[in-house]
Design a protein around this ligand. Structure first.
Ligand SMILES: [Mn+2]
Length: 246
């Protein structure tokens, strides 16, 4: 049986504040603990708070994290990465240079006799046509080309402003709940053809048994430091203990 680890919503930042840097180090420590200890690692979106890559340039602040992903792959962990609503402007670096399997909308596959459907969740929060159009535009070839054409220092500066303004916008609890309800309703439909519907995005870790299978949410690393571990029939929602010394 394969040992599968699923995590999402690390929201790693470049040029982050002290809190961001502590989170970055915790994530690195967690991923290091998986080396030689995990068959499949699924990163389910919003891993980077912003990812931009140019034809010959990557963001150096992410190097330590990417190095660990490369070490995992070298030690035979398969890494599957599904885009989120913060990380989607991928070029060929993570896939061709590092060896990560990248998926832009969802990952679906049978593993150990179970049908997996893994998606970040932003498409399924509510029936939000405006967001879906926005998502198509920002992910489009033209926008990607514009971002890549601007000098890295300028695009990264603009990116930081953008992420700061989106952090200030706190969502009311009611809206958060209706978002999650949308994701769970979507899971209920998908469970007709899959066994496990796995999402992130809501930042609410959850294992929910439903008719036909499970809705799993891997939570986030801003508050919970949560992840999901699957081995055969065992499904666990776990919380990383940063003080662990082994
Ligand atoms: Mn998200």
């Amino acid at each position: 049986m394969k040992k599968i680890v699923i995590a999402s919503d690390f929201h790693l930042k470049y040029a982050g504040n002290i809190e961001d840097r502590i989170r970055y180090e915790t994530v690195c420590k967690f991923l290091k603990s998986l080396i030689n200890n995990c068959d499949i690692l699924i990163l389910n979106g919003d891993i980077f708070d912003l990812w931009i890559e140019w034809n010959s340039v990557i963001i150096k602040d992410y190097f330590a994290f990417i190095k660990i992903l490369a070490d995992l792959i070298e030690n035979r962990t398969r890494i599957i990465y599904v885009s989120g609503n913060h990380d989607f402007w991928f070029g060929t670096f993570l896939s061709d240079t590092i060896g990560i399997e990248l998926y832009h909308d969802f990952f679906g596959e049978e593993i150990d006799g179970k049908n997996y459907y893994v998606t970040h969740g932003d498409l399924h929060t509510v029936n939000d046509i405006r967001y879906q159009v926005f998502r198509k535009i920002v992910r489009s070839f033209v926008v990607k080309l514009i971002v890549k054409t601007i000098h890295p220092s300028i695009s990264l500066y603009l990116g930081k402003l953008l992420s700061r303004s989106s952090r200030k916008r706190k969502e009311p609890i009611g809206l958060q709940n209706s978002k999650e309800n949308g994701m769970i309703s979507f899971a209920k439909v998908m469970l007709k053809s899959y066994d496990l519907i796995i999402m992130g995005h809501s930042h609410k870790p959850k294992v929910l048994s439903l008719p036909g299978g499970y809705y799993l949410n891997s939570g986030d690393w801003i508050i919970h430091m949560s992840y999901i571990l699957i081995e055969g029939d065992k499904i666990e929602l776990l919380y990383f203990d940063n003080k662990r010394t082994d």
